[in-house]
Write a protein that binds this ligand. Structure first.
Ligand code: NAD
Length: 256
């Protein structure tokens, strides 16, 4: 059970990260929220969650595009039983027009941050004799779409890293798994609708129907609560032998 365990979720003041944090807090985990900002709203979010669920919730600022800040997040938390590498950004453009700075930022935040946090968290998990690493990859960790070269590269990369970490920790009561969501209607997806509309010369409604949900045979968005539920399952005893996998939660996208 995750009750009383400490979970650090990177990029968790919004979207899927916040959804996972809330589901973990609901079942009694102590939670560390994170983003690169350090606003009153961030700290209030943590305080309100603590009140709502009666568990310990801290907010620790850290920019996941910087390796030293990734490691500092884990060190500041002081304990890490469950690590959820979730922070991620997106940019949509053809590869020959793709800004190099955006490429670097996506690889840093969506892939390299998980290398640093995992390296910092593993000694704590080994000391505790138990650990769960959950990487929020994507259906784009298993399939590609045009105009998303950096994102698809980072997400395929983190699926590979998940397999490697699963093997390195296989005998240690620690598991590492990736969750590969299809489309979840979060600010990240909402933000790419205008650019995608431009690339495909469509209206924004047409993009949702003909581009986004066209990928998802269920014709429905995945919810953040569902992703949180999968994370809790991966922390359960039933999932103790599940390691190094990429779990699709995509309404059938990757079955095609
Ligand atoms: P979101 O924009 O709502 O959330 C992203 C989170 O990452 C935010 O909390 C943001 O503050 C944080 N973040 C961004 N840059 C950061 C940085 N430098 N340092 C620390 N935190 C940073 O988006 P989301 O849809 O909830 O995405 C969360 C994860 O889920 C991402 O890894 C994304 O690739 C993945 N994902 C999303 C979808 C989807 O359809 N929304 C599908 C598959 C995978």
């Amino acid at each position: 059970s995750v009750k009383g365990k400490t979970a650090i979720i990177t990029g968790s003041n919004s979207g899927i990260g916040l959804g996972i944090a809330r589901e973990l807090a609901k079942v009694g985990a102590h939670v560390v929220l994170n983003s690169f900002t350090d606003s009153e709203a961030d700290h209030k979010l943590a305080a309100d969650m603590a009140t709502e669920f009666g568990t310990e919730v801290r907010y620790i600022q850290g920019d996941m595009s910087k390796g030293d800040q990734c490691r500092a997040l884990i060190e500041k938390a002081g304990v890490c039983d469950i690590l959820v590498n979730n922070a991620g950004i997106q940019h949509v453009a053809p590869i020959d027009e793709f800004p190099a700075a955006k490429w670097d930022a996506i690889i840093a935040i969506n892939l390299t941050s998980a290398f640093h946090t995992t390296a910092a968290a593993l000694p704590m998990m080994r000391k505790a004799g138990w650990g769960r690493i959950i990487n929020v990859a994507s259906a784009h960790g298993l399939r590609a779409s045009p105009f998303k070269s950096a994102y698809v590269s980072a997400k395929h990369g983190i699926v590979g890293m998940t397999k490697t970490v699963g093997l390195e920790t296989a005998k240690e009561n620690i598991t590492a798994n990736a969750i590969c969501p299809g489309y979840v209607l979060t600010p990240l997806v909402e933000a790419q609708i205008p650019d995608t509309a431009k690339e495909y010369n469509m209206s924004e409604d047409e993009v949702i129907e003909k581009v986004i949900l066209a990928k998802q045979p269920s014709k429905d968005f995945v919810t953040v609560e569902q992703i949180g539920g999968i994370a809790i399952f991966l922390c359960s005893d039933a999932a103790a032998q599940i390691t190094g996998t990429a779990m699709s939660v995509d309404g059938g996208w990757t079955a095609e």
